[in-house]
Design a protein around this ligand. Structure first.
Ligand SMILES: Cc1ncc(COP(=O)(O)O)c(C=O)c1O
Length: 412
């Protein structure tokens, strides 16, 4: 990859200010007060009874799965979309469970519901994980309706969708249990972090018993997080992002399957860093909505099936006409630092690290997403002059295919 010096947009970022880092450092001195306060605020915002703070989204998912497994020891399969973040299968394997995949529709990025219905008759199915990929909301109420009174837990993967809404409900509260990621490319970030929310008292008791056993970050690890936070705060800015991006050993934008992640309780530093999170999250959401709307008004329609699913995106996913077109757009974006990005490189059944495992299910439609999907940046650092460079590049690609046609999206 050639080195580019100059304004370079990250594909996605939730800005962290140096003032936030100072709050985080103060919180270290205050014991567990910051975590308690963050958790109370989250409970109030999501109107849920239980909230748990962890070190990452995958740690949250692994813990949820372990806990559900304890409630249903006779079952061991977890149904996930055939195309999702590699951390999801990693968390399933980490919890000692088996992966089952359901194909997804390229137009909606949501389950193929005929396929889903067939999967639900699997006798060992422990839970289903609808996922709000890129912030495109999955139709969780529809999954619930299809589930009926089967004893299968609905786990909502809202890792990429904190603050989003679907039909008047906050995303993350639509399933039996939901989780968010607070990693740096997510709607809101504490460098790394995870949040579990649920209204189920039974599940909460089991989750809590596991959390009580977990290690916390050491003082040194919190200082390390503080230095990451400073680096992110400075170098995720478009004027400086070219620098970390030119360092190949950082592997920015790469996707790896790694089930041996650490599972810890969230530190005081992270919770302190989150101070003022509601206002900041809201500002970021407004900025992303404005930028997404700018693309939409320019005739660039996102995949995801239109409103209400595409209200709160963190990246703007589009399908271009061919694999060649995708490569040429990404190449040009890299040359000019426009922040267009590729999606996960494989469907779950083709992940190298999962070779040899018996993964049931089909991924035919999901594969077409990998060939033709790219994402456009809509984070708060994207300016009108960035837009004026991105829009012609995407439109030059000509006849890109979209989720649903413009009229349908407007009607919704
Ligand atoms: C859909 C989805 N689920 C789960 C995760 C895991 O979150 P984390 O990176 O915080 O472990 C991610 C992270 O990228 C994700 O995108």
């Amino acid at each position: 990859m050639s080195i580019r010096i100059g304004r370079t947009l990250p594909p996605a970022v939730a800005p962290i200010g140096l003032g936030n880092v100072v709050h985080g450092l103060f919180a270290i001195l205050q014991g567990n007060k910051a975590q308690q306060s963050f958790s109370d605020q989250l409970k109030e915002y999501f109107k849920v009874k239980h909230c748990f703070l962890l070190s990452s989204g995958k740690a949250s998912l692994a813990l949820i799965l372990q806990s559900i497994k304890e409630q249903h020891p006779e079952k061991d399969e977890v149904l996930i979309p055939a195309f999702t973040c590699y951390s999801v299968p990693a968390a399933i394997i980490r919890a000692g469970l088996k992966i089952r995949i359901c194909d997804i529709e390229p137009e909606t990025l949501d389950f193929d519901y005929d396929e889903l219905t067939k999967h639900l008759s699997a006798p060992n199915l422990l839970c289903v994980i609808p996922t709000h990929l890129f912030g495109v909301t999955a139709d969780v109420p529809r999954v619930r309706e299809i589930l009926g009174n089967r004893d299968i837990t609905l786990v909502e993967d809202a890792a990429q969708a904190m603050g989003g809404e679907y039909l008047g409900h906050r995303v993350g509260t639509l399933g039996d249990v939901g989780f968010f990621s607070l990693e740096r490319g997510k709607p809101f970030s504490t460098v790394e972090g995870g949040v579990i929310i649920t209204n189920s008292d039974e599940l909460a008791v089991v989750i809590k018993s596991h959390i009580d056993e977990l290690p916390s970050y050491t003082f040194f690890e919190q200082l390390l997080l503080a230095s990451y936070a400073i680096v992110i705060s400075v170098f995720s800015h478009p004027e400086l992002f070219w620098f970390p991006r030119s360092l190949p050993f950082l592997g920015l934008g790469e996707t790896h399957y790694a089930p041996n992640f650490s599972i810890k309780r969230m530190s005081a530093f992270q919770a302190g860093l989150a101070r003022g999170w509601k206002d900041r999250l809201n500002q970021f959401i407004q900025a992303r909505r404005r930028n997404a709307d700018r693309f939409y008004r320019s005739g660039i329609i996102s995949a995801g099936g239109g409103l209400p699913h595409t209200n709160d995106l963190i990246r703007y996913p589009i399908m271009v006409s061919s694999k060649g077109e995708k490569q040429s757009i990404l190449l040009e974006s890299n040359c000019f630092g426009l922040g267009l990005a590729d999606v996960y490189p494989d469907t779950v059944d083709c992940i190298e690290g999962l070779r040899g495992r018996d993964i049931i299910g089909d991924a035919t439609k999901a594969r077409s997403i990998i060939e033709r999907m790219i994402t456009l940046p809509i984070h708060p650092y994207v300016t009108e002059s960035d837009m004026e460079r991105i829009i012609p590049l995407v439109r030059k690609a000509g006849d890109f295919v979209v989720g649903r046609n413009l009229e349908k999206s407007k009607e919704a």
